[in-house]
Write a protein that binds this ligand. Structure first.
Ligand code: BES
Ligand code: ZN
Length: 868
């Protein structure tokens, strides 16, 4: 479709369908070169409609046969187009039977039915089902599915679909079949099918009411020894959802299948989750601590969708955050309960700030419940997901954990089995708690990151402290004026020695300006505001270095301890930037360096927490706070501070490095993860210290590592350095792991994110390396997307990085528009860079936009970006 004909869909245009689908029977006949899909759909007209025409979505389908109530249709009875099939005269109720031919082996978009290696699999969210058969492909059409599938028995011994297995057996000529029935009505986007020669790990789970559930995790045979942690995470998820939300699993079987070619992380298809291998496979030798955490989180996420997404789904795709924001919030809670809650919160806030805040500053800014889209797949954004989760979290903060549970219970009492809207959820939480959340709706309708300016006054005689809050929000595309949001601010007060003067309170900021009074405050306090990051906002609050030091050392909210340190570091880096820009060289803030020494020496801190406190804010978080980004300058300033910390603490880092060493067998436990992290943070500082043997330490750790966390951490340090040990390590690593796809991905991304001077040349060469495959999304993400996030080399002043990435977008667009569009969004921030880079980025966007036959996906991103 050319971009001029791409149509915009609007939320306000929602209307229910004229017809319901009461039952579906699908039959799949799978062959190497094609698949035949027979669909029998029982339609009935809604009582409030008198429509006689019916349009069904369909894309890339070859219609072979078509019948209504058993009678073949003649050519005058229907119309076929690129978008679907229109039935021209239908009765009140009827059965439509179609047979279509599709070619999964040619499907490079990985949407619909496709092949990953030798296996067949599906991805239907959001609009993939129409690439399988003609259908009302929208989430508010829910029905029960019966599915039969057949294939060659030797090549495809495993045949899976949603629901319970009803029958299976052999047929003539070496084929076999299986039949599945899913008793829970569901929308088409939750349909799934898998056929392949797979290995499996089996287990069982007994639910709270005593029902036995069979659990299966599948992968290709060669990876079947890496499924245990995924299975364990599934069992933990099932337990947790019963305990915290009272949600009991509702079928006798739960399948997870790992596939190597997948556009996203994973998909919650009813009882048949399809997962990117990256979120299933693990072993200590091949997976890092953060891979383990990712597996636990994503397994949880897809499992939790069974209630928040599948049993209650979205009325239309504009409501996506109804299921995604809520389910991200639930998976965040789950991971917090399984590990270190404070560190999990820091990770989540880091993602929000470095990805979502940036989205809000650009041309793609949209509310968590968007008003329009061209390609729905472009709206699986950090705003819908991560800000969506923050919006749920604010409701949780406002009504408390018990109130939130009552609200969730009420939501299920009202809407189980239905397709509903974000309003329905918000009102359930409000009604269960007798709260008025009408102003709170603005979080759903207004885009942008609110800014809260704080100022204070202290009256020593009256022992009264007043905190004055003022909120504002920058205009975003299509929204010039914003109304004030309803913002929960968790706040506490301390004295200069860290004693609490006022315990934590939820201040509800609803007006544009509001004062909050604290009585009986005996001394001028230090304010700990926005504790736990209680709202997705930026704070404008001038606090002195010494106030920040008090919070850093004493705040009883771990998140705010860390936050104070980050603010202190940011201040130090921006000061360095200013002097570098003026050609002056000044020493980094001594006070900041002292505070790092204090942290390093602190004996109370857990190793995990210490490692977080010792890390400087990343490039993305820093550039989000700048009006004009000069990536080179920012990088230089950050490097000066990093080197200063490394030099100042060199001995301490060596000592901690040794103290954190261990010969225990690998476990992804909170304790071990914290120790490894601290050790690797020390190593990374030592690798940039001006003197000492940091480079040899990296080489030694790399050679001796018994787990992937330590191995790839050392490799990443070396990859940043222009030293001979770098090439040796990179070659050895590839040599050793070339047959492990997910490890090769790490090898690619370590090089693509490197700050070393030859990174661009390497990335260009790697794109031609036999290990790279542009059809595989994990490879594209590891090399191209990682490079497009490289703060230095993507933004190289001569524009070679920009040209290369734009070329990749154009190449990818022909194969996989969803992935191409995601890469293209690397240019969306062009207007925030200094003029020369800004212009070059814009030129690449223009070049992409001029390509003919650009997909609607990429075209939407590029067009919106150019409007900035
Ligand atoms: N439903 C999504 C997967 C999806 C997204 C399918 C977009 C089709 C288009 C799934 O529940 C999901 O959100 N997955 C995330 C991981 C999750 C932990 C946030 C993903 O795939 O990135
Ligand atoms: Zn999800």
């Amino acid at each position: 479709m050319s971009d001029t004909t791409a149509t915009v869909k609007y939320r306000k245009d929602y209307a229910p369908t004229d017809f319901r689908i009461d039952q579906v029977h699908l039959d799949f006949f799978l062959e190497d070169e094609y698949a035949l899909v027979t669909a029998e759909l029982n339609f009935s007209r809604r009582t409030d409609s008198n429509a006689t025409k019916l349009f069904l979505d369909g894309e890339d389908l070859e219609l072979q046969e078509i019948y209504i109530d058993g009678m073949a249709l003649s050519a005058e009875q229907y119309l076929l187009s690129d978008e679907g099939l229109q039935l021209l005269d239908v009765a009140e109720s009827f059965v439509l039977k179609t047979v279509v031919k599709i070619q999964p082996q040619l499907n490079t978009s990985l949407s619909g039915l496709y092949k990953s290696g030798s296996m067949f699999c599906t991805q239907c969210e959001s609009l993939g089902f129409r690439r399988i058969t003609y259908y009302l492909d929208r989430p508010d059409v829910m029905t029960t599915f019966k599915v039969s599938l057949s294939a060659d028995k030797e090549k495809f011994p495993v045949l899976l679909s949603n629901g319970n297995l009803m029958d299976s057996g052999d047929t003539a000529d070496g084929r076999h079949y299986s039949e599945w029935h899913d008793p829970h009505p569901k929308p088409s986007y939750l349909f799934a099918l898998v056929a392949g020669d797979l290995g499996v790990l089996r287990d069982t789970f007994t639910t709270c009411s005593g029902k036995l559930v069979s659990l299966y995790v599948y992968s290709e045979h060669e990876n079947a020894d890496k499924l245990a942690y995924a299975m364990q995470s599934l069992i933990e998820s099932m337990k947790w959802d019963e305990e915290v939300y009272g949600f009991e699993y509702d079928l006798e079987i739960y399948n997870i299948v790992a596939v190597g070619d997948f556009n996203m992380g994973a998909m919650e298809n009813k009882s048949l989750n399809v997962f990117n291998t990256a979120y299933v496979l693990s072993s200590p030798e091949t997976a890092t601590d953060s891979d383990y955490e990712g597996i636990e989180g994503v397994i949880g996420h897809e499992y939790f969708h069974n209630y928040t997404g599948n049993r209650i789904t979205c009325r239309d795709w504009f409501q996506l955050t109804l299921k995604e924001g809520l389910t991200v919030f639930r998976d965040q809670q789950f991971s917090a309960d399984m590990g270190d809650a404070a560190l999990k919160r820091i990770d989540d806030v880091n993602v929000l700030r470095s990805v979502q805040f940036r989205e809000d500053m650009g041309p793609m800014a949209h509310p968590i419940r968007p008003d329009s889209y061209v390609a729905m797949d472009n709206f699986y954004t950090s705003t819908v997901y991560n800000k969506g989760a923050e919006v749920i979290r604010m409701m949780h903060t406002l009504v408390g954990a018990d109130g939130f549970r009552s609200g969730s219970d009420l939501y299920f009492e009202r809407y189980d089995g239905q397709a509903v809207s974000c309003d329905d959820f918000r009102l359930s939480i409000a009604d269960a708690n007798n709260r008025d959340f009408s102003q709170f709706e603005l979080w759903y309708s207004q885009a942008g990151t609110p800014k809260i300016s704080l100022s204070s006054s202290y009256d020593a005689d009256a022992q009264r402290f007043v905190l004055s809050c003022e909120q504002s929000c920058q205009p975003t595309p299509g929204q010039d004026e914003k109304l004030p949001f309803h913002i929960p601010l968790l706040t506490a007060l301390f004295d200069k020695d860290g004693n609490e003067l006022a315990g934590e309170r939820v201040l509800e900021l609803c007006e544009q300006r509001q004062d909050f009074v604290f009585e009986n405050i005996t001394t001028e306090p230090v304010v700990s505001a926005l504790r736990k990051f209680s709202a997705p906002v930026t704070l404008d609050f001038e606090q002195s270095d010494s106030d920040l030091q008090v919070l850093m050392s004493y705040d009883s909210d771990t998140f705010n301890r860390w936050e104070a340190g980050q603010r202190f570091a940011t201040r130090a880096i921006f000061d360095l930037m200013t002097s570098l820009a003026e050609g002056k060289s000044i020493a980094p803030s001594p006070k900041f360096l002292d505070s790092m020494v204090e942290i390093a020496n602190d004996k109370q801190l857990s190793p995990g927490m210490k490692s977080y406190l010792l890390c400087l804010p990343g490039h993305a978080a820093l550039s989000g706070q700048l009006d004009v980004i000069d990536p080179e300058l920012l990088q230089s300033a950050r490097k000066v501070l990093r080197t200063a910390v490394a030099d100042r603490l060199q001995d301490k880092f060596s000592e901690l490095y040794d103290a954190m060493s261990s010969d225990e067998a690998y476990e992804p436990s909170q304790e071990q993860i914290g120790r490894r992290r601290l050790r690797n943070v020390c190593l990374s500082y030592l690798s940039v210290a001006s003197t000492g043997n940091g480079v040899e330490m990296c080489a030694t750790q790399f050679a001796d590592a018994s787990n992937m966390t330590d191995s790839v951490s050392a490799l990443a340090c070396l990859a940043n350095l222009d030293v001979p040990q770098r090439q040796t390590a990179l070659s050895d690593f590839f040599e050793k792991w070339q047959d492990e796809d997910l490890v090769v991905d790490k090898w690619l991304s370590v090089q693509a994110s490197s700050s070393a001077s030859d990174t661009f040349a390497r990335v260009v060469a790697l794109k031609e390396h036999p290990a790279f495959d542009i059809r595989n999304p994990n490879k594209v993400r590891s090399l191209i997307r990682t490079f497009a996030a490289n703060p230095v080399h993507f933004h190289s002043a001569d524009g070679e990085g920009y040209r290369f990435v734009a070329d990749c977008v154009l190449e990818l667009d022909k194969l996989n528009p969803q992935i191409a569009a995601r890469i293209a969004s690397a240019f969306a921030q062009w207007h925030r860079y200094e003029p020369s880079r800004s212009l070059q980025m814009k030129q690449q966007l223009q070049r992409i936009s001029e390509q003919d036959k650009l997909s609607p996906d990429t075209s939407e991103i590029v067009k919106l970006s150019l409007q900035a």
